[in-house]
Design a protein around this ligand. Structure first.
Ligand code: NAD
Ligand code: UDP
Length: 313
């Protein structure tokens, strides 16, 4: 039996990965300090014979008794309001946290996967973004605490590969959405759905002409699994290339929820990327992967999840 350690495993993506690996017969060790994650995301796994939860801040060195075959570093605040609120913790988890998990991988001779992000491309000057693009990042702006921490993580991971021949995966995730996002985590999809379900104003930052490309979590975790198993040591974009404006996203959510919400326009955050769309040619060719869930279908399921949460409250 193979064992996977998922740092950040109680978060939105990490908890779905815990489910996927348990379903595929792995033993799963979930390490989290609940900085931005929620215990409820893994509540259903407590007591499962192949699941272990460890409450630990990965900024502190980590020792694990068991053998580990794969270490996945998903620990980091990910929503812009979270990393604006937690700038130092974000830089610490991206630097010291990544270092501690790389050391653990080296000790265990485990494959190391770094959950990097489209944010390493910054406010991109080319679109779509392929893995060969080096990005356009403001090194000292408010977003830099996240962007530069992730760029540092990638650089450190690549250095471990060169220095110690560590078997690494560099996963560049583009915007993902779905159940288990927090209604108040501040990202566009949870904000808009929460606002729409309560008939409150939908807050568009800027004029809404900026674009994003949203991937449903089920497609994303399948791509992540294939990358992990691939043996590829180079960066790979995993995301959905269907791009839309934020205004179109807000209108779609109003339509799907049948909401009476009005759209209001607020200030655009500093350095907010104007466009974002992954070039997934490499993932298609090398992983035989592409997303299949349509935005309408993924949004419907996410809306149902948020509606049920509202009913419980
Ligand atoms: P999330 O905030 O739901 O999950 C992050 C998890 O990491 C949380 O459970 C949090 O408690 C944990 N964590 C943070 N600091 C920690 C620390 N010091 N020690 C232990 N645990 C810690 O966010 P998410 O959307 O699930 O993102 C997961 C990962 O994927 C992040 O690394 C993020 O940068 C990356 N990513 C996500 C997206 C996306 O669209 N969701 C896009 C690009 C990259
Ligand atoms: N956004 C918005 N209203 C909100 C939340 C976000 O207009 O209530 C915008 C945000 O400025 C960005 C886009 O939606 O242009 C996507 O934001 P999100 O936080 O989801 O992801 P990221 O900025 O990390 O791509």
């Amino acid at each position: 039996m193979q064992r996977v350690l998922i740092a950040g495993g109680a978060g939105f993506l990490g908890s779905h990965l815990c489910d996927l690996f348990l379903h595929r017969s792995f033993e799963v060790i979930c390490v989290d300090n609940l900085l931005t994650g929620r215990a409820v995301n893994v509540q259903h796994l407590i007591g499962h014979e192949r699941f272990l939860y460890i409450d630990h801040d990965v900024v502190m060195p980590i020792e694990i008794e068991q053998d580990v075959d794969y270490v996945l570093n998903f620990a980091s605040p990910a929503s812009p309001p979270d990393y604006y609120r937690l700038p130092i913790q974000t830089m610490q988890v991206g630097s010291t946290g990544t270092y501690n998990l790389l050391q653990l991988s080296k000790t265990k001779s485990a494959v190391f996967m770094m959950a990097s992000t489209s944010e390493i491309y910054g406010d991109p000057l080319v679109s779509p973004q392929s893995e060969s693009y080096w990005g356009n990042v403001n090194p000292i702006g408010p977003r830099s605490v996240y962007d530069e921490a992730k760029r540092f993580s990638e650089a450190m991971t690549a250095a471990y590969h060169r220095e110690f021949n560590l078997d690494i995966r560099l996963l560049r995730i583009f915007n993902v959405y779905g159940p288990r996002m927090r209604p108040h985590d501040g990202r566009a999809i949870p904000n808009f759905i929460d606002q729409a379900l309560h008939n409150r104003p939908i807050t568009i930052y800027g004029d809404g002409s900026q674009t994003r490309s949203f991937c449903y979590f089920q497609d994303e975790v399948e791509g992540i699994y294939r990358l992990l198993m691939s043996g590829l040591n180079e960066p790979i974009n995993v995301g959905n290339p269907s791009e839309l404006t934020i205004l179109e996203l807000a209108e779609t959510i109003i339509e799907l929820t049948g909401s009476r919400s009005q759209i209001i326009f607020q200030d655009l955050p500093v350095d907010d990327p104007k466009v974002r769309r992954p070039d997934i040619s490499k993932a298609k060719k090398l992983l035989d992967w592409k997303p299949v869930v349509k935005l309408h279908d993924g949004l419907q399921k996410t809306i149902e999840y948020f509606a049920n949460l509202s009913n419980e409250n």
